[in-house]
Design a protein around this ligand. Sequence first.
Ligand code: NAD
Ligand code: AHE
Ligand code: ZN
Ligand code: ZN
Length: 372
Amino acid sequence: MKMIKTKAAIAWEPNQPLSIEEVDLMPPQKGEVLIRIVATGVCHTDAYTLSGTDPEGIFPSILGHEGAGIVEAVGEGVTSLNVGDHVIPLYTPECGKCKFCLSGKTNLCQAIRTTQGKGLMPDGTTRFFKEGKPIFHYMGTSTFSEYTVVPEIAVAKISKDVPLEKVCLLGCGITTGMGAVTNTAKVKSGDSVAVFGLGGIGLAVIMAAKTVGASRIIAIDINPEKFDLAKKLGATDCINPKDYDKPIQDVIVELTDGGVDFSFECIGNVKVMRSALECCHKGWGESVIIGVAGAGEEIATRPFQLVTGRVWRGSAFGGVKGRSQLPLIVEDYLKGKFSIDDFITHELPLEDINKAFDLMHEGKSIRTVIRY
Ligand code: NAD
Ligand code: AHE
Ligand code: ZN
Ligand code: ZN
């Protein structure tokens, strides 16, 4: 197989619009697969990296990590995937062999994490080129390209019965929010929950908290336009911190007779992370950080908050092991156990991808799905 041409949105430098161009893509090498991306969501993490505040941000690169597609070719030695398989590329792979995979304690497979963070395939090179010069991969997935090459261990094979233009959102946002509730926090029926940030992640947290039977789900955002959907998905209370002249954690502690059982930060704002911890109930409340903060940002609280029993933890991709567990989540979607449609507020062709970023920054979208 020779080099192919693919249409892609290139991030040439931070804070500049993506440029739609044709680039060259090498065929899949040993242990790699070529995927035709059918659709991809645009997640806030793509905007974060494009903004230049991601310490691992590297340019020029092809962003995108919330995609779904079809296997077009497999490289030497690939045994678990075949041409025609429907798949979701994984930014958190699952090799099944590394210390992390074998620990039974985490989904954070580290088999290819170092090269992935440098925008490279596991052999230390790129597959994308423009006029002979390498274009870097992003999160090991680069779904803002019609064709992409991904390591076999970073591909979940899913049912052919689901629409790829919907389940692409399981490649990051919806899975992350739902998994943070069920795997990381392990919210149970009757628990109270506070959710900070009502984008794709926060709304998925709300949806899952409702499903497990949370008694009270407090949704917090500075954009009240997000409240209707939050209520539809299960929020019992919607709060805009701008409506109060005291810290939002104090408001929530008063509302809940001492604080919530669980809180989730779904923004990436270190000050809000503090509020999310401090609105948790003394003695047992747990706060899960999902939001991603920029280089140099740090969280702070009085250690007393932890001494007195609150717990701070984090969650990546909802603690979900992509190859073994994501196909089961897709099956749950097929069985009608949760909604994806509610999250898709816009659909655009790749040519208009910069509009998807504008809509996100203007607070007008939950998820824009880019259809190739
Ligand atoms: P989004 O931009 O769609 O939503 C963020 C929401 O936060 C918006 O509704 C915005 O109005 C609200 N917000 C902003 N500042 C606020 C404040 N001070 N107080 C209250 N609300 C505020 O983003 P998203 O795609 O839902 O992603 C959310 C965060 O999660 C981002 O930081 C993203 O990078 C991160 N993320 C992490 C993981 C993970 O695995 N840990 C996965 C996906 C996304
Ligand atoms: N490069 C960033 C890391 C950002 C980050 O934490 N990413 C999440 C996924 S966000 C998806 O929208 C993640 O999976 N983290 C685990 C990991 O290994 O990156 C930075 O800040 O350096
Ligand atoms: Zn994401
Ligand atoms: Zn592993």
